[in-house]
Design a protein around this ligand. Sequence first.
Ligand code: SF4
Length: 323
Amino acid sequence: MSNWLLEVEDLKTYFPIQKGLFGGKIDYIKAVDGVSFRLKQGETLGIVGESGCGKSTTGRSILRLINPTGGSVKFAGTEITTMPQNELRKLRGRMQIVFQDPYASLNPRMSVSAILSEALSVRNDHTNSDDRKEQVNHLLHLVGLNPNQADRFPHEFSGGQRQRVGIARALAVQPDLIIADEPVSALDVSIQAQILNLLQDLQEKLGLTFIFISHDLGVVKHFSDRIAVMYLGGVVEIAGKQQLFSKSYHPYSQALMSAVPNLNPLKRRERIVLRGDVPNPANPPQGCTFHLRCVYCMDICKSVRPLSAEVEPGHVVACHLYA
Ligand code: SF4
C-alpha cells in the first residue's frame, strides 16, 4: 500500500484544434504537458502560475472532469485515469472540487438545504428527513453559516456566503481530497482572508488533503505546505513553502516571487518584470517553454526541454541552469 494519497505521473491533457485554411489539419493545445507530483494525506499543495498555464486543467484532469490524454493518476494507490465511469463515480465522493465562482456552480433553483441534501445522498441515500436536516445543519455550522438560512436560495447570499455553501457541499460526502480552484479570486479582498481561514480550520479539524490552485502566490503561500509553480502546461519548480520563499531557483519562479508584497522592508525583493507575454499554448516554443522570456536563455534552452532535477532535498527545478 502506497504512503501517498495522490500520485500524479507525467499527466498530459491535450485539446484538439483544427488548423489550416480548410480546417483539415488537427493540432493540439497542450494544456497540461507532463505534470508530476505526489501528495500525502493531510498535506496541502499549492499550484501557482499565470492564467492559462494549465493549473485548473491539471485539477480537473486529476478528478477526471476532463479526461487526460496520457500519464497516470493514482488515488490511494488505485489508478484512476483508466477507471470505468461506474467505478469512478464511487471514488468521486472521496475527491471533491470547490470552484472559483460559487454562484455559477450552485443550482439557483434549489435551496441551500436541497443542494446539501442532494450532496449528502451521494454518501448515504437511506437517512430519514430528520437525520438529513440535522446533517445539513451540521454542515452549515461547520462552514460558519447559520442553519436558519438553510431554506434560502443561492442569490440570497453574499459571494463569501455562497463560497461557504460550495465548501459545505464539497464536505457533504466526507472527502479525503479537495481541489480548491481559485476559491477566493472572485471575492472581495476583505472576504478572502475569512474563506482562507475557514479552509485552514477545516483542514485541521477534518484532516483534509488539499490542492490549492491560484494565480496569486501570496494567497497560495498562506495555505500551502508545498508549492508547485506551473508555466505553459508544465511544473517548472516544486518545493516546500519555506524552501521556495527562502530561495527559488527557476527564473520564472523568481519573477513571481518578486511580485509578492512583503511588509518587512529588509526582506523586499527587487521586482523582476518579465518581458513579453505567455506564448500561445497552441504553438509553444521549442525547448524550454520559458526561453523567449528568460534573461538567462542559453543556446540549449532553445532546442532541448529541460528535465526536472533535485537541487536540494525535496526541491525540484526544471531548468538547464541546474542540470
Ligand atoms: Fe531560462 Fe534556459 Fe532555464 Fe529555461 S532552461 S528557464 S530558458 S535558463
